[in-house]
Design a protein around this ligand. Structure first.
Ligand code: ADP
Ligand code: ZN
Ligand code: ZN
Length: 804
């Protein structure tokens, strides 16, 4: 087959289909589906994905593929098909879908280069260009252009002495390190060893080492392990006994640590009952979706581990998704302890290079298990045996940029292809999943008890309005403060949780109520203490902190709100003896700092761990006996129909941090809305009742899981333009849908302006509308030109998780 169908790297309506190219004879064996290639496209040369090979094309004049970018396919057949599916289900372009499946390192950048033609004689080249070519026959386009040599380039190209090429810049180079290895066989080595002078002890040590380990060893490591000098190596190299080579090493972020091998635990009766249908599904190679519903500490992870073991025994592979913030070293350790080097880890804390390395381990079939955040769902396995999604209710499984996919949907799609099970685990399942389990579309597996029958921690809800009435103006209720003091005396640990959302500090004038807003976006500026600046979290606008009110000139303008820093200050004042570790965006910015802080806390270097969302999950330390939630309701008032669900999940999740081991745990939840069912039921940890109540609310207001949602958001610099386009869109959609569907809008988005762009939206609620996707696609196509040139932006989110 000498023709390749290629999806080119131009995300647009006109190019959202394959183009045919001829495969030059020299690449005949290399070009396969799933390979990236460079192809001519109009006057340019661009990148593309080969999706298919064929013998005939309906086009007569085909151009040739310039070159392959890979020697092996980066997307296997299944992933190529999955890309089609993804495109259809997210209304994105095919090229975006394919790119979403690859590590960022492979989303290569082009570099324009000028090369001297093979036949060209440098002597004939223009004087000014000649200098540039002195060192190499290849120079950067920019270097020539910056010296104003465009005309000369033009002339030289016409003479055929130079060529312009597009090179894909390998942004992440493989990491190469100097290795040392023997250049002669073992007998010769022994002979040399025996003839070395006695004082050459360093050289002897090296030879002894290589007699035992004949494979290449990293030079730096030999030096330190054997305690020898560079000179010893050099002299052996000079004598031709050893040689050095630059060899590739993986950047393994966990390489420094040793993982003691751990074996499977004996399952409890409950665990046995829960795992058995999963094992059946694995054995029978029958696709099924399980919802593993079990409180924190009920032994879900052990079920994951043993299911995976079964999959590995059958020679297959496993993907485990964990929310980014729960992907703690503790979590990773549990998998590495069980499966050792078979595990690859993928999360955003890794550098692009590290991610690329982990990805290549999968591609080379060096690992069998991937533990990772959302995008790990695209791990290029070819023999999947199970997909596990832990904390399945987490909204971070939804990608909020194109392609806007939900990892759960992708997981099920892949599992159907491989006839394997999907296990969704959670203590507080999403309403969607639990409803599906109720209807029998998913198989419900329950683990109602904690391991060792530990009681769930006792939860007390404190009404902060009452505290204020009795004269307590502190951010700690009397009860929480008493318990805090008690723990410090008993040398037990406390976790203090501050819900960051809606809780950032802002500046307000006490006299006139003026609040400092971003001049470009309709939101409040956030006060940042570390650099004494006001910052907009949407557009990045920064301002000085005012000393007098710009409205009324009052000097009583100051910051409000309780950021983690403020809580820390207050703790220092009220409990100076307490040692506090603060974990938030400011203290965990640097790579590895997250882990360091947690380790310090685990080792008992602090009494209190104070933090935001990032401490809500995955912590499992024996000495934590108190959890305090400083204010439970900040999230309740967000314009989002899931706010009750999120509040309930978060409070339940945080409470689960206490008393996971021998010592019993206590939880104090401070709130301004104690009567709200999501707070109240988190207090009694009653998911089932919460589910019932929340389902009623969803039913009345036509929300998921009763209805599907799609959100269209339009933005532009001019308000009139936004309104008129959104109106047209709403009308068009309404005309295409049945009467059962509801189109809300156009209305201003909850955040009506971001970065000087006005935002309008329309929300579609529907049960079954086979033509909706087509209509939405038609809208995107219709406005494509305006979206390109006139600054109009339209985004379509099928199944949105962020409604702002
Ligand atoms: P979950 O994932 O539901 O939060 P885990 O799997 O982490 O629960 O289990 C909680 C604790 O119980 C862990 O410390 C784990 O090692 C322990 N555990 C789990 N299953 C067993 C078992 N069958 N026997 C003994 N200990 C277990
Ligand atoms: Zn004022
Ligand atoms: Zn702004």
């Amino acid at each position: 087959m000498n023709i390749a169908s290629v999806i080119v790297d131009v995300p647009a309506k006109q190019t959202d289909k394959t183009f045919d190219y001829k495969i030059p004879g020299k690449f005949k064996d290399i070009i396969k589906p799933g390979i990236r290639v460079i192809v001519p496209f109009g006057p340019r040369k661009i990148q593309g994905f080969v999706t298919e090979l064929k013998n005939e094309s309906s086009f007569s004049k085909l151009r040739e593929i310039v070159e392959p970018l890979d020697l092996n396919p980066v997307l296997n057949e299944e992933l190529l098909e999955l890309g089609e599916w993804l495109t259809e289900h997210t209304l994105s372009y095919k090229i975006s879908s394919y790119q979403a499946m690859l590590p960022a390192a492979l989303k290569a950048k082009y570099e324009k280069k000028i090369v001297l033609s093979k036949s060209a004689d440098l002597e004939n080249v223009h004087e000014k260009l000649k200098n540039l070519f002195m060192e190499s026959r290849e120079i950067k386009w920019e270097d020539a252009v910056s010296q104003g040599l465009v005309q000369q380039l033009h002339e030289e190209a016409a003479e055929g002495r130079i060529e312009v090429i597009y090179q894909v810049k390998d942004r992440v180079r493989k990491k190469l390190l100097k290795h040392v290895l023997p250049a002669v066989g073992p007998e010769k080595l022994t002979e040399i060893r025996d003839n070395l002078p006695a004082q050459a002890s360093g050289q002897q040590a090296i030879i002894d080492f290589f007699l035992e380990h004949p494979e290449p060893a990293e030079q730096r490591q030999i030096l330190t392990t054997l305690g020898i000098s560079q000179a010893s190596i050099n002299s052996l190299v000079k004598k031709g006994i050893l040689k050095t080579e630059e060899l590739e090493v993986y950047r393994d972020p966990y390489a420094e640590r040793d993982f003691a091998k751990k074996t499977a635990l004996t399952l409890t009766v409950e665990q046995e009952r829960a795992i058995s249908p999963v094992l059946d599904s694995i054995e029978n190679e029958q696709h099924e979706v399980f919802l593993l519903y079990g409180v924190t500490g009920s032994g879900k992870t052990e079920i994951y581990l043993q299911s995976i073991q079964e999959v590995l025994n059958n020679g297959k592979e496993a993907i485990v998704l964990v929310p980014e913030i729960a992907l703690t070293p503790q979590m990773v350790t549990r998998f590495k302890e069980r499966f050792g080097d078979y595990v690859a880890v993928m999360h955003s804390g890794l550098s692009a290079g590290e991610k690329y390395d982990e990805w290549r381990k999968i591609q080379r079939k060096e690992v069998k298990v991937v533990v990772g955040a959302r995008s790990a769902i695209f791990a290029p396995f070819e023999n999947l045996g199970i997909i596990i999604i832990d904390e399945e209710h987490e909204t971070s499984y939804k990608q909020e940029e194109n392609p806007r996919y939900h990892a759960r949907d992708v997981a099920i799609q892949r599992a159907i292809t491989y006839n394997c099970p999907v296990v969704l685990g959670s203590a507080t399942p999403s309403l969607e999943s639990f409803a599906r389990a109720q209807k029998g579309r998913y198989t419900l597996l329950s683990l109602p008890k904690r391991m060792n029958n530990q009681a769930l921690p006792t939860v007390e809800i404190v009404d902060m309005r009452e505290e204020l009435r009795t004269g307590n103006r502190s951010m700690f209720s009397v009860k929480l403060f008493e318990k805090l003091k008690d723990r410090i005396e008993k040398k037990e640990q406390t976790v203090l949780f501050l819900n960051k959302r809606g809780h950032s500090s802002f500046v307000m004038c006490r006299d006139c109520g003026y609040v400092m807003n971003c001049p470009h976006c309709d939101i409040t500026l956030t006060y940042h203490r570390y650099n004494e600046q006001m910052k907009c979290h949407y557009c990045g606008h920064e301002d000085r902190v005012p000393t007098i009110c710009p409205e009324c000139n009052s000097e009583h303008i100051r910051y409000f709100g309780t950021g983690t820093q403020k809580v820390e200050e207050e703790l220092n004042k009220l409990l100076p003896e307490a040692r506090v570790i603060r974990m938030d965006v400011d203290t965990t910015g640097r790579k590895g700092s997250h882990e360091k802080l947690l380790t310090a806390f685990q080792e008992g270097q602090a009494d209190i761990l104070l933090g935001t969302q990032m401490i809500a999950k995955g912590l499992d330390f024996p000495n934590i006996t108190l959890v305090g939630v400083l204010s439970a309701d900040t999230m309740l008032h967000l314009p989002d129909f899931r706010s009750s669900e999120k509040t309930f999940q978060l409070l339940t999740q945080v409470s689960g941090r206490a008393g996971r081991h021998l010592l019993p745990g206590e939880v104090v939840i401070q709130t301004y809305s104690p009567e709200h069912y999501s707070v109240e039921l988190a207090g009694t940890q009653d998911y089932d009742l919460f589910y019932q109540q929340e389902m009623m609310v969803r039913k009345v207001h036509l929300y998921p899981p009763f209805y599907f949602l799609s959100l269209v958001t339009v933005s532009h610099q001019e308000l009139m333009k936004v309104v008129s386009v959104t109106e047209k869109i709403a009308k068009f959609i309404s005309s295409r849908l049945s009467r059962e569907a509801v189109v809300l809008g156009p209305v201003a988005s909850p955040i009506p302006r971001i970065n000087d762009r006005y935002r309008y939206q329309c929300l579609i609620k529907y049960k079954k509308e086979p033509d909706l996707n087509k209509a939405l696609k038609a809208i995107l196509d219709h406005y494509q030109q305006e979206m390109g040139k006139e600054g109009l932006q339209i985004s379509v989110d099928l199944n949105p998780y962020i409604l702002m």
